[in-house]
Design a protein around this ligand. Sequence first.
Ligand code: BGP
Length: 459
Amino acid sequence: PEHLFPENFWWGSATSATQCEGASREGGRGPNVWDFWHEKEPGKFHNQVGSCEASTFYKNYKNDIALMKELGHNSFRTSISWSRLIPAGTGEVNPEAVAFYNNMIDELIKQGIEPVINLFHFDLPVPLVEKGGWESRETVEAFAEYAEKCFELFGHKVNYWFTQNEPIVPVEAGYLNVYHWPCVVDFKRAAQVAYHSILANACAIERYRKAGLDGKIGIILNLSPTYARSDSPEDQKAAHMADLFCTRAFLDPVTKGAYPRELVELLKEHDQLPAYDKADLEIIAANTIDVLGFNYYQPRRVKSRDVAPAADAPFVPENFYDFYEMPGRKMNEHRGWEIYEKGIYDTLLDLRDNYDNIEVYISENGMGVEGEKRFEVDGQIQDDYRIDFISDHLKWIHKASEEGSRVRGYHLWTFIDCWSWLNAYKNRYGFVSLDLETQERTIKKSGLWFRDVAQQNGF
Ligand code: BGP
């Protein structure tokens, strides 16, 4: 192949428990925040189908894993559902969940697929939501206990662990931009949630290391590279601030063990620092990640603000910058996510140069397409656009790898079309399409193409 990847490169796909398992009230699973929100405020929630309607991986895992094997996967990421394993959030472990995750992990290993297991993918158990969710220090403790339980139960056979997926999302979506529960705008609460997520990551890593296991542990971040509109000092400053709030506020503490000084000073100056204590900061300092999961969808385009915020405006990061849309290629008419493949390379080089060349893998990249059925010919979706999308990103990943980045894999979001937090089944991402009514799975053209890429370790 023209683009040959390093030996043992991961080829696979990613999903999360809530988005694929279904059976949300079966097998002793407790409700999580998504069930709670969907039932509580169905009108307000823009997703009309709940996560109870999914590809039922809970029941179909064996066949689905066989299909992964058929599509050349040597690795697969999913998450453990906290509310399936520990329905009350703390305390008692659900034996049916233990059996399910054991069977699922064993099946992956049997098929030669590396299980890559994440612990938290936006799905907080309801009892913890009721106690204030990630705003509460108690949730950090509950998470550390849950993580420890997972390591004890499955740590001897899972070699790659991730503590959380995209911790910025619950912060931004829940406490700044009003599209996840609890839908408020309050920077101080947002900062508390962000800080507790980072602390929870460190506490889980601490437990992992205490357990004496020999695998690796890390976190998954969505790292959109930030590009300034121009070289003007105003635009450059704006891009710097957006990067500080959106990337470095998460990436620095998990890799370097400390928050950027500049961020801490700024929050102090504006009286926006979350509550913290010294002992917890030491846990963050002592427990940095071994490996980073990097989700990449789109770049962040930033310009300076046209109008200064009013003197009495509440503190929000966007007081310091504005986003703008770059005209050009978009994932689809409605979603509007910009396609910019080189962003993946720029970030990989940033990690190489400024983050000690940490081991990293592409834990999500993908193209959500609305109304994919229109591309069906003789029962198969001819998603040439997805093949182009993946190969164009892979070229840049390959280049980064040739230039010394320690990138060790690529997972497409997602394997089988899955449920999404806000749009349910509108945007389809999978290598395999799902008929929700019949539960029938059909491999898309991209799935077969990917099988060949995986088998040749390149293309
Ligand atoms: C990521 C999440 C995934 C997935 C994906 C696609 O941010 O980690 O869970 O949902 O985005 O986005 P969406 O489902 O909104 O189309």
